[in-house]
Ligand binder design. Structure first.
Ligand SMILES: [Zn+2]
Length: 166
């Protein structure tokens, strides 16, 4: 799934109460990709690394440094997510629901990445199990995703006017 959709899914799933809750969920929704790719794009921007070839579909991941794959595995593991979620639950004495946007990011990535580009290592570090899914840029994923998001946002944030985020 693209990073904006991840944020929007997180927001609509766990951030419907108020603005703060929405943006917290949005940030948890984009965090797994942001932390994996931001250091790399920053280094490309600063001229320290070369921009990988994204002209092929799907892009070739060879030009992407190993440390990106390591961060990606960490942030895309349901096990790592569960550990953090439980730690925060214990500290706060109640579930930090906005944080669950991180969990649905992983669940959405599992079927929307193919083996050729960042398959989701959801059981890392115990298993390299992953699904050879349909890339999210494929029209059968991309358009239904956009349509569903529009429907949900219109319903929850405009039609029902339960929240003041828009
Ligand atoms: Zn992701």
């Amino acid at each position: 799934m693209d990073i904006i959709s991840h944020g929007l899914w997180g927001g609509v799933a766990f951030g419907r109460e108020n603005k703060k809750s929405f943006w917290t969920s949005f940030i948890f929704g984009i965090a797994p990709d942001f932390f994996a790719f931001a250091p790399f794009f920053a280094s490309v921007f600063l001229g320290l690394a070369e921009f990988p070839k994204f002209s092929t579909e799907p892009p070739v991941p060879d030009g992407i440094p190993q440390y990106i794959h390591s961060i990606y595995s960490f942030t895309h593991s349901l096990i790592i997510f569960a550990i953090f979620f439980i730690i925060f639950w214990i500290i706060r004495r109640k579930p930090f629901w906005e944080m669950a946007a991180w969990g649905i990011h992983i669940l959405f990535d599992i079927p929307t990445h193919s083996n050729s580009f960042f398959p989701t290592p959801f059981l890392w570090p115990f298993s390299s199990a992953h699904v050879d899914g349909i890339p999210w840029a494929h029209p059968v994923i991309f358009f239904p995703n956009v349509i569903l998001l529009v429907i949900l946002y219109v319903y929850f944030f405009w039609f029902r006017k339960r929240s003041s985020i828009l």
